[in-house]
Design a protein around this ligand. Structure first.
Ligand code: ZN
Length: 230
């Protein structure tokens, strides 16, 4: 039997299961009997197993994130993090490596945090350069023009478009391949016309990027790798 934490609430009308950090949580209405809960867990056991595995992989990826010799997504490819005690720039990408300058006086346990910050700054710079090239291209092609755009680090979104027609892009787009960055640009530009994810919105996206499913799918498949900064 799966071990889980149970929370009963008077407001709930149905049973619900969530998996977080390798733990199973069950939320239930006050009057549901134990055998109903057991049966529900049994029915969902495949789903729970899959979610637990994902959750464990995710936790492992986060624990090792930014340590030396660990992998990190950059421009759509997994690069190996390499700590350097002497180099001219804080971060240098060569081949399959991301070389990050780490001061030798910094203790081992603090270096991942410093590496994380150095990478964020580097990713921000990379994505500014890419957007400076790709955004004008897509504006010309779509005839959709934002008032301004900026780049910042977001925890859980790749871009945004507000009612003032200002676009924001996540610095972490630097982790993605160019075609996926293009998809995010087109996605946000199309929000200038449709401030929602309606059928009309997706039709507009498809007009400029007929195979956008490929890019959406790339993001889905690299969910864990893309989430290490969170
Ligand atoms: Zn959107």
């Amino acid at each position: 039997m799966i071990s889980y934490q149970l929370a009963r609430s008077a407001k709930r009308k149905t049973l619900a299961i969530t998996v977080k950090d390798g733990q199973v949580f069950v939320r239930a209405p006050v009057y549901v009997c134990q055998s109903k809960i057991d049966q529900f867990l049994l029915e969902k056991s495949h789903w729970i197993g899959r979610k637990l595995k994902q959750s464990v992989n995710n936790t492992l990826a986060k624990q090792n994130a930014f340590c030396e010799d660990e992998g990190i997504l950059f421009a759509g490819q997994t690069h190996t993090l390499n700590y350097q005690s002497q180099q001219k720039a804080p971060v240098i990408a060569t081949g399959d490596y991301l070389h990050v300058l780490v001061n030798q006086s910094v203790s081992d346990e603090h270096s991942p945090t410093l590496v994380k910050n150095a990478l964020l700054t580097y990713f921000n710079q990379i994505i500014s350069e890419k957007l400076a090239l790709r955004l004008p291209y897509w504006i010309a092609k779509t005839q959709l023009t934002p008032v301004t755009y900026k780049i910042r680090y977001y925890k859980s979104r790749w871009g945004s478009c507000n009612s003032k027609q200002q676009l924001t892009f996540n610095s972490l787009l630097a982790m993605m391949p160019d075609d996926v960055i293009d998809y995010i640009i087109v996605h946000e530009l199309c929000h200038l016309q449709h401030m929602n994810h309606s059928a009309d919105f997706w039709q507009l996206v498809a007009q400029f990027m007929p195979n956008y499913d490929v890019q959406k799918d790339w993001i889905k498949r690299h969910k864990i790798g893309l989430s290490v900064f969170n």
